[in-house]
Every structure is written in C-alpha cells, then in structure tokens.
Design a binder for this molecule. Sequence first.
Ligand code: UT7
Length: 328
Amino acid sequence: MAIVGSGSAIPETTLTNDQLSHMVETSDEWIRTRTGIQERHLNVPGDTLSELAAKAGRRAMAMARLNPHDLDLIILATSTPDDLFGSAAQVQAHLDAPQAAAFDLTAACSGFVFGLVTAAQFIRTGVYRNILLIGADVLSRWVDWSDRTTCVLFGDGAGAVVLEASPDQDDLLGFSLQTDGSLNPHLNLDFRGWGQTLTEQINADFGNFKTITMNGREVYRFAVAQVPKVILKTLKESDRTVDDIDWLILHQANQRIMAAVAERLELPPEKVISNVAHYGNTSAASIPLALDEAVRAGQIQPGQTVVISGFGAGLSWGAALWRWRGAG
Ligand code: UT7
C-alpha cells in the first residue's frame, strides 16, 4: 500500500492563551512553558465535525488526484461525532463518494494510528484499492471551560490521508498497537446516566456525557514512559533503528512530551515535527494535521520514512513506521 495524499482543515475561530486567562485562573506564560501551546482553533455553533472532516478529505483527494467516485472506503477516526451512531456516513455524503463504505473508528488520540493500520489491512488483503482515512475531532464540545487543568489544552481540527493499493511496494513498514483499559480513569469522557422509570419494575438507563476528565500528571508520565517503548518495538520488529527515522510525528499533546520522547530515543530534535503551538491537542486530528503541514511545506519528501505515535484515552497508544510516497 502507498500513502499518496494528505489534507487538513481547521476552524476559523481562534482562542489565544491571553483570552483564556480572562476565563480561568491561568496565564499565557504558564500555558506556553508547560505545554508549548499558544492558540487553538474552535468550531462554533453551526459548524459540524462531518464538514470539517470532509474538507480535510477533499484536500487529501485533490493532492492524490483521486476522484471521490473511485473511493472504496472512508474511515473516520473521531471521538466527537455529530451523531453517536457515527459521522462517517455524513462525510461520505458531503464528499459525494457513492461507492465508498464508511465507518467511524474510536480510539481517541490514538485514532489516526489505529485507523492507518486498519486501512492498511483492507488494502493488503486486496479487498479495497482506495481508502480515505480522516482523523477529526471537536473536543471543544466536551471541554469544561471552567476547568483550567483541561480547557487550555484542546482545540479542533481535521487531517486526512489517501491510501492506495500499490503492486510494487508496501510503504507501511511496521506498527504496534496497545491498550490498557485499567488506566481508563486517568482520561475519559464518561456517560452519566440518571435513569428513567418505564414501569414499576424497570428503571431504564438514560443520560448524556460528562466533560473531559484527565489526570494530567499520570497521562504525562504514561506517555513519556510508553511512547518511546512502542516506537522502539515497532522499529525492532521491522529491522530498523532510530537512525532510519527521517521524521517523527507524535500526537501533539504537549511540547514537553515531544522533547522528552525524542531525548529518550536519542533522536535529533530537528527531526521532530511540531505544530502544537498553533492548534493545541486536536486528538485524532493532530498527527495528520502536522503531517499535512510538513508535506505542504516541503519538509517531508517522497521516499522518506516517518514514525507516527499516538497516545491517549483508553488508555491506548501505538506507533507506525511508513514511507511517504506522495502524489508522484
Ligand atoms: O491527548 C491525550 C493525552 N494527554 C496528554 O498527553 C496530557 C498529558 N499531561 C500534560 O500535558 C501535563 O500534565 C499538563 C499540561 C496537563 C499539566 O502540566 P504539569 O506540568 O503536569 O502540571 P501539574 O498538573 O503538575 O500542575 C502544576 C501546577 C498545579 O498547582 P500546584 O498543585 O502545584 O499548586 C496546578 O494546579 O499548575 C497548576 N495548574 C495551572 N496553573 C495555571 C494546572 N493547570 C493550570 C493552568 N494555569 N491552566
């Protein structure tokens, strides 16, 4: 399989650290030094996740010169659908891709890595030829804007890649996916049910979702310990070393996490791609958004190897090593 196009989309509205400092007890200085974030982009009422995702998808298909009518499958990695039944079908309608099956994949901030590996299996088995993988999230919908420990971190966005069958070469060189559900309390967006009485005997569950809850220190420790390990495992299983990495794109959660992971891997910091300053943590969108910017800026060149690693709620984490083919 080959990765032949990328695209991204972000909402127009921005929220700066200074603006946040008028909402909660925080400061630009605290947010910058602890996270590297300067601003984030937010969807506003009337904006939808599916439109944002479709915009990124359209740009990826334009780069890949792929007609939407030739798409076989759309995978939408998201935790914030417009519709709890899934938003991939709405994306398919926006894109006018009538032949494509479409489904949502939920693995929080690891969603793009899990999605890439899933898409590759459909291509490797020969079932599908052209797949659009989109990572998109609007976590701003689920943030408690009075909680300074979480509200400064997140932003909205979407990124996408086109994968296609390639007879001569498989550009996914290795991957490793991991989950530890026992750590779920460290980061979640739980259902809150209060029930409704149906009959004298039956009280059915009924409710909605809470806001994002995170133990930042625990997730930080987890990320810095586990991400280097899963990257090294991926490299080892594909008979490669850190020296073979041209670019590292980590889930854009915190600049300090990226620096710490690079240091543990003994990877030169200039190989680490980061745009967290301008978007904050955009969950499943963060890796493809950073990828697309780096491709369009001419940083990532055809034939170069990229390691991506996502980590977050679940807890789930994973890494994939692949070669960027580009549109050719
Ligand atoms: O996408 C999923 C993955 N998520 C992550 O990777 C997030 C991982 N965690 C982190 O990035 C960091 O833990 C945070 C950025 C969330 C927090 O940074 P930290 O250096 O771990 O800070 P802390 O939680 O240890 O808090 C230090 C202090 C505390 O005050 P005390 O207890 O020392 O008096 C907090 O109450 O900073 C305080 N604090 C703040 N102060 C100003 C927490 N949030 C803020 C804030 N502004 N926004």
